[in-house]
Design a binder for this molecule. Structure first.
Ligand code: FAD
Length: 429
């Protein structure tokens, strides 16, 4: 391949209507974004949530991930409210404390409904099918407006505080704030995985099959990519297939990842149907591949692997992590890890408020998997229970800054910590 030539540049400039105004704008409606929006709205703040897909939930809905990992008690009142609602639908497994159980299964289709109803109940202005596109930021790091685009076309959104919960740190990236991605040596990110769902055929004649010759044939178990299979309702399974070496922050790489993932799904399905003689029908595939990490925003503090290993406490703690380092090796498709088995476990550790405040910004916070952390630290902190704790804390800190008319880093961190704890977050380690 020859040296890549920088593409010609064009100037993009147009006036757009200022259609939306809020005190707090949350960009991205995954677990972190929903918990941030609800916790801010519970204080009475005027909150808007921007989500590019048809449903909120992110990896937990459109990514097909169906289990809360880590401790599901003491994650804060917003998470508790969500669990209580899921329980009313009988759509979540019973509680067992961590580490006796390290995950808790839920129904992700019901979760999408539960989350949307929670947002509406708490009077969050919700925009679906609306993509965050761009941002205008001044020299002091103050985000003035965002440009969002739904079917109406590009429109402006103005808020006092923005919370980037896009997973890929899309807001920080467009604002030109510092971000990191992947392994420090080569920016390679943890592998993605495709989630798909099968039903067990009851009728012998009702079997579908993958046609011969369409995809590569896997005929030996040793040639399968890392494949995890677990129960999914009556006569069903959820299946997860590892898809390594794609870049979640690159448009073409993401396209290639989705194509590769659906091909791998057909190959794995074909293997189980033809070699293991399973009577499996393909029920559905997640609308999007599951993304473990993209960009991480550089915050006022970068959570380090050593902090986790030491079970470190912080005066300005706002969340707690307990899960092991779920650091899948990024450059092969087998069940391999970046660390030895005994090095994956970490004691409970705290996450400081500074990891949720973008270093280069005056009015932008972060929550969820684009938090400020080293790659291996994030491999634990990205589980949904911890994302929900960060989301609730970011919403609380943002609403305190509205109340006190100051930047998030000017609020007394102990006040944030006490408020987070009063709202049900257990921070003890
Ligand atoms: C395959 C896989 C398996 C996993 N298994 C588990 C598990 O079993 N248990 C567990 O607890 N965790 C698991 N995790 C981790 C966990 O699911 C995620 O880290 C967590 O859900 C991240 O939440 P988030 O809100 O930070 O990001 P996301 O869930 O990625 O949400 C980001 C949201 O922002 C939206 N968005 C992005 N860009 C824009 C834009 N430009 N405009 C508008 N909206 C935008 C997205 O559509 C999405 O809704 C797994 C992750 C993967 C990928």
């Amino acid at each position: 391949m020859g040296a890549s030539i920088a593409p010609e540049q064009v100037y993009w400039n147009r006036k757009v209507p200022l259609r939306y105004e809020a005190e707090i704008a949350v960009i991205g409606g995954g677990m972190a974004g929903v918990t941030a929006a609800v916790s801010a709205a519970r204080t009475g703040a005027k909150v808007i949530l921007i989500e590019r897909f048809a449903v909120v939930g992110g990896n937990a809905t459109t990514g097909g991930v169906g289990a809360f990992c880590g401790e599901t008690a003491g994650q804060g009142q917003v998470f508790d409210e969500m669990i209580a609602d899921l329980e009313k639908y009988h759509a979540v497994a019973p509680y067992v404390p961590y580490p006796k159980a390290d995950h808790r299964l839920f129904n992700h289709t019901i979760l999408a409904v539960v989350l949307q109803e929670m947002l509406l109940r708490h009077k969050v202005k919700l925009l679906l099918h609306t993509q965050f596109v761009d941002v205008s930021v001044n020299d002091d790091g103050v985000i003035k407006e965002c440009i969002v685009c739904g079917k109406t076309g590009p429109e402006a959104l103005r808020a006092k505080i923005y919370i980037d919960c896009t997973g890929e740190a899309q807001v920080a990236h467009m604002a030109g704030f510092s971000t990191l991605k992947g392994r420090s040596e080569d920016q390679v990110q943890l592998p993605m995985s495709m989630m798909f769902f099968i039903r067990h055929a009851e009728d012998e004649h009702a079997r579908e099959e993958v046609p011969e010759g369409r995809f590569e044939a896997i005929r030996d178990k040793a040639d399968l990519p890392m494949t995890s299979i677990w129960p999914n309702g009556p006569r069903g399974n959820a299946i997860k297939v590892k898809i390594p070496m794609f870049d979640a922050t690159d448009t073409e790489s993401m396209t290639a990842a989705e194509i590769r993932a659906r091909r791998r799904m057909m190959e794995v399905l074909d293997y189980y149907q033809k070699v293991e003689k399973r009577k499996w029908l393909l029920d559905y595939c997640s609308p999007q591949i599951g993304i473990r990490e993209g960009r991480r925003v550089v915050g006022d503090y970068v959570l380090a692997l050593e902090d986790l290993r030491a079970g470190r406490k912080f005066d300005d703690a706002i969340a707690r992590g307990v899960y092991y380092l779920d650091a899948h090796k990024p450059d092969d498709d087998k069940r391999t890890y970046m660390l030895g088995h005994h090095d994956l476990k970490v004691p409970p550790y705290q996450i400081p408020l500074r990891c949720l405040i973008a270093k280069d910004a005056r009015n932008m916070m972060i929550a969820g998997r684009c938090m400020s952390a080293e790659q291996l630290a994030l491999s634990s902190a990205r589980v949904m229970t911890t994302c929900a704790m960060m989301g609730q804390a970011a919403g609380i800190a943002a609403s305190l800054s509205i109340e006190m008319d100051c930047d998030p880093r000017e609020i007394d961190p102990l006040l944030v910590r006490r408020t987070v704890e009063r709202n049900g977050a257990k921070l003890d380690v």
